[in-house]
Design a protein around this ligand. Sequence first.
Ligand SMILES: *Cc1c(COP(=O)(O)O)cnc(C)c1O
Length: 396
Amino acid sequence: MYNDYRKHLTAIINEIREGGLYKNEYIITSPQGAEITLESGQKVLNFCANNYLGLSNNESLRDAARNALDGHGYGMSSVRFICGTTDLHKKLEKKLADFFGTEDTILYAACFDANGGVFEPLLTDEDAIISDSLNHASIIDGVRLCKAQRYRYENADMADLEKQLQISMAQRFRLIVTDGVFSMDGNVAPLDKIVALAEKYKAMVMVDESHSAGVVGNTGRGVTELYDLRGKVEIITGTLGKAFGGAIGGFTSGKKEIIEMLRQRSRPYLFSNSIPPMVAAAGIRMVDMMTETNQLQDKLHRNSEYFIAEMKKLGFDIKPTRSAICAVMLYDAKLSQEFAARLLKEGIYVIGFYYPVVAKGQARIRVQLSAAHEHEHLDKAIAAFKKTGIDLGVIK
Ligand SMILES: *Cc1c(COP(=O)(O)O)cnc(C)c1O
């Protein structure tokens, strides 16, 4: 029987390969950071990690993790409600709530789980979810698991959101859900306008701060800081896997009754393991660091502004962004692959994205800035972009 199935899978995989959509993975043999070593021995500058604050290999976080490893052991071997909750888990939940100005926080193994488990316990078929068309896959999957009526509005399109809200007035409760920063363009959701519409149409708001926490807002508190809406949205989800240390873990933060209900009914929380104590301890240290000083956030903002300004000066077509994501538009899929391959030869590691990850004819290279980047790293990347851009006829 497996022979038939093997043929079936092989045919699909071949189709993926022939379509140029096969994903190859580069193997890294060093810690994650601004400079990494590939299996080939090549050292490259990394401009495609979500390591926004450069904390992936931070010494202070490693110390906190090591101390917890010695004091609390390696794993929990349990879900939270049986015997998987330590003082470190509770402390991190409190720290994250204080960080975002919310009432309580619940931890998950990943933000994928936070989003997968947030809708179904809170809303029924009497209710409505109104979701941005470019929301993350985990939000889309989470919405699918919930019986609420589904409405979709075009990315950040407030006229369309209002239209969908009007249609959804037939339902009992409404929840608008949006990414804080959209990962392919780096644009920020217009949360001020979303909250205003939510008030007008009696809706609640959920924002996924995965790409914005640690990045957006003067102190990195995310999109709610940028728009002065701290404590004003009902639900925030986020990850410990990007700016916040980059290991693993996710969370939902918000109104205390919502978090309480999730602890009772959210399936990825009830039926999946606790994060390791060392990850919780490093998370606590991370929040402390971001509270004690604004150095990392400031450096990230300086790096992003400098890189984007220099790229625009060179004549590159950059998508409007207010995050640490800089989308260098090339439009042509093949060109984006050729461009990325040449940059790698120059020692700059970036990824070219094209359909179906982005819309047809919208191929690009996504550059992600980090507080780990030094000025010379940025200049080296800019020089490589300039050389490759001229060689490939993208800029003059
Ligand atoms: C990365 C990301 C996630 C998933 O986070 P994990 O903790 O890695 O599962 C969820 N939502 C958004 C918007 C993301 O960018």
